[in-house]
Design a protein around this ligand. Structure first.
Ligand SMILES: Nc1ncnc2c1ncn2[C@@H]1O[C@H](COP(=O)(O)OP(=O)(O)O)[C@@H](O)[C@H]1O
Ligand SMILES: [Mg+2]
Length: 299
């Protein structure tokens, strides 16, 4: 589906957002996860043909983003929902998607009408389509964004941080919607929230400082933290400094910490009864990031 090799992007000759990045993405639902500033948006904008790579090769469904004809071909098979999509509050959802369809060159009224009905139904907005968008919830605004991206039945849907700013219920509904769309086309989503990918993505890449630091399945990311996760309960003291605290739970008469560390080293929990437990996806992600930071600090 997507083949990226030695991709580098430097903004204004100064900020290197992507550095010699290699990545292949197959069909299905693919998650790009990484902290803010890692380069996710830059990568997605390059895939969508909106940002020019500084160097390296990128092929989307066999089309080269570095050529004008490739870029043109990609535009016809790809739908993109940017991280910040400007909506027009006084337009209705239907008017907005209609406007985007015109911009995309769907000039025939009847064709447009049929496409609108289709994409609005796909994102479950049929009933609210004729209300002004200023009355929409965060989740509905995101769904309008996905509707405009789905115009023209793209083979590839790219959505940048689609769950940002949504409440937990909206977030779950949006994830389910994306998983449903992934049965029709390949979906690539970026996020800095681990739960966004744990449910639905069969493959993922962790991006850190412009590079792919992990590529595999959620199960393989979880396995990264095997034998490195414990629960410790203390009367209130914090665990020793060598361990990473993933979460803290206030119990009736103690505080329970979920910690990551390396057994048999000063980075393992000491002084308390530490109960080893099975890692979660978040543990796998946190442990990976911790190892990268350690490697950087230690040269
Ligand atoms: N238009 C731009 N001009 C200059 N620097 C940019 C621009 N866009 C992004 N950057 C920088 O590139 C890096 C990666 O940003 P971005 O791709 O937005 O990451 P993410 O989406 O993972 O948060 C950051 O250091 C960011 O400040
Ligand atoms: Mg971003």
């Amino acid at each position: 589906m997507i083949e990226i090799s030695q991709l580098t992007k430097t903004y204004n000759g100064k900020v290197t957002a992507l550095r010699d990045l290699d990545l292949t993405i197959d069909t299905g639902m693919f998650g790009l996860i990484g902290p803010n500033g890692a380069g996710k948006t830059t990568l997605m904008r390059i895939l969508a043909g909106l940002v020019r790579p500084t160097s390296g090769s990128v092929r989307v469904l066999g089309h080269d983003v570095n050529t004008a004809s490739g870029k043109f071909a990609i535009k016809s098979v790809l739908g993109y929902l940017p991280q910040e999509l400007g909506l027009y509050p006084n337009l209705t959802g239907r008017e907005f998607v209609d406007y985007v369809a015109i911009l995309k060159g769907v000039t025939d009224r009847a064709t447009r009408r049929q496409q609108l009905d289709e994409v609005l139904a796909q994102v479950r907005l049929t009933d609210a389509a004729d209300r002004q968008m200023k009355t929409y919830s965060g989740g509905m605004k995101r769904r309008v964004g996905i509707a405009q991206a789905m115009l023209g039945q793209p083979q590839l849907l790219i959505v940048d941080e689609p769950t940002a700013g949504l409440d937990p219920e909206e977030r779950v509904r949006l994830r389910n919607l994306l998983a449903e769309l992934a049965t029709r086309c390949t979906v690539i989503l970026s996020t800095h929230i681990v739960e966004d990918i744990s449910q639905s993505c069969n493959q993922l890449a962790v991006i850190g400082q412009g590079q792919v630091v992990f590529r595999g399945s959620p199960r393989e990311l979880i396995a990264q933290a095997r034998d490195h996760v414990w629960l410790i309960a203390t009367a209130g003291e914090r665990p020793n400094s060598g361990v990473t605290i993933v979460s803290t739970l206030q119990l009736q008469d103690a505080i329970q910490y979920r910690v990551l560390g390396t057994p048999g080293t000063s980075g393992a929990p000491t002084g308390y009864a530490a109960q080893p437990i099975e890692p979660s996806l978040e543990d796998g992600y946190m442990w990976l990031m911790r190892r990268i930071t350690d490697a950087r600090v230690n040269g």
